[in-house]
Ligand binder design. Structure first.
Ligand SMILES: NC(=O)c1ccc[n+]([C@@H]2O[C@H](COP(=O)([O-])OP(=O)(O)OC[C@H]3O[C@@H](n4cnc5c(N)ncnc54)[C@H](OP(=O)(O)O)[C@@H]3O)[C@@H](O)[C@H]2O)c1
Length: 304
């Protein structure tokens, strides 16, 4: 169970590699030596074959004995062999390869460092231009979809398909902000108007397939279709009511909220504004007076 531990060889990988290489070199040199000896014997044999044994006596090349050429060709092969052993293998062997590799690695490291430095300098510029391109794309794809709403402190916005209060400056603000823009609304809100508002393109959302409206009013079957119908408007407005606000809050870029500083009984409410998503960018307080029964504030929120 507790047998003798097998002894690990004390030679590391690198040493082993060196030994293998040395053995290979010895073999190469031995082969060369044998080649040289065979060449000497062979050359003598070729000379004797011709001069003593008379082999190919009459055969001459360019007026010279044939064995001279045979020896010359062999000599050439021998020189090539010598070159291989002493030049190619010595200078272009494993060590040479490793040296070249090390050189390349050093060069690559220098290049990577250089690139890193360049990137460090250019990163803020790239980030800025990406941000710029993104904002351009955003502008191209979606105009600034704006929710406009008046809500009480308890988020009440309507009762019995009517508004709960009459605040003349709020209506004026609504008129001036939405003037000449597309106004997107639910069918119920549309029906709460005595007639379409002047200078605005009305888009009414309904699930009904044959909903009839006065001429000029666009009827669509979804919020997405409504936004699409207003795509050429740089600032289409979502004007209510409760159902449409709830869906549009996920898509809008901006909220123009009139916060009426009272609580009211109601049947329709505006969803709670999540301040981790929405940032308040403007806040104008309006006091009570003879035309305004309640205090209120004009608040602007932009998506963070
Ligand atoms: N305080 C404010 O600023 C303000 C502003 C606007 C309105 N309001 C008040 O809000 C109340 C009306 O709001 P509300 O929530 O009852 O109704 P609404 O949002 O105006 O309209 C609801 C209707 O819109 C259609 N609709 C909703 N989602 C749809 C979808 N995804 N696809 C297709 N059609 C869709 C349906 O029409 P169909 O039933 O025809 O299918 C639905 O019945 C009223 O009291 C109004 O006075 C207040």
């Amino acid at each position: 169970m507790f047998g003798k531990k097998k002894e690990q060889p004390q030679i590391d990988k690198e040493q082993l590699e060196l030994i293998k290489n040395a053995q290979k070199r010895i073999k190469q040199k031995k082969r060369l030596y044998v080649h040289f000896v065979i060449f000497l014997i062979g050359a003598v044999f070729l000379i004797l074959a011709n001069t003593v044994l008379g082999i190919g006596e009459d055969f001459k090349i360019l007026g010279k004995e044939w064995f001279l050429f045979a020896i010359l060709i062999w000599l050439f092969l021998l020189i090539y062999h010598i070159f291989n052993v002493f030049i190619t293998h010595r200078f272009m062997g494993k060590a040479w390869e490793q040296k070249q590799l090390d050189k390349l690695i050093v060069q690559q490291k220098i290049r990577i460092e250089k690139l890193k430095n360049e990137l460090k300098n250019e990163a803020p510029i790239i980030a800025k231009s990406e941000h710029y391109n993104d904002s351009l794309k955003k502008k191209e794809i979606a105009p600034e979809l704006t929710i406009i709403v008046a809500a009480a402190e308890n988020d009440a916005i309507g009762k019995d398909n009517k508004l709960i209060w009459h605040l003349s400056d709020d209506l004026k603000r609504f008129k001036s902000l939405t003037n000449r823009h597309h106004i997107i609304m639910g069918r119920k809100t549309f029906e709460s108007f005595p007639k379409p508002l002047p200078n605005r393109t009305h888009i009414v959302i309904t699930r009904q397939s044959d909903y009839k409206t006065p001429e000029g009013v666009i009827v669509v079957n979804s919020l997405e279709d409504a936004i699409n119908a207003a795509k050429n408007d740089p600032q289409p407005f979502i004007i209510g009511g409760g159902e449409i606000y709830k869906q549009a809050l996920l898509l809008a870029d901006r909220i123009e909220l009139t916060r009426v500083h009272e609580d009211f009984e109601a049947d329709t409410f505006f969803p709670e504004i999540d301040t981790s998503v929405w940032k308040e960018t403007a806040n104008i307080f309006h006091t009570k007076d003879e035309n305004h029964e309640y205090e209120f504030s004009f608040l602007t929120y932009e998506r963070r």
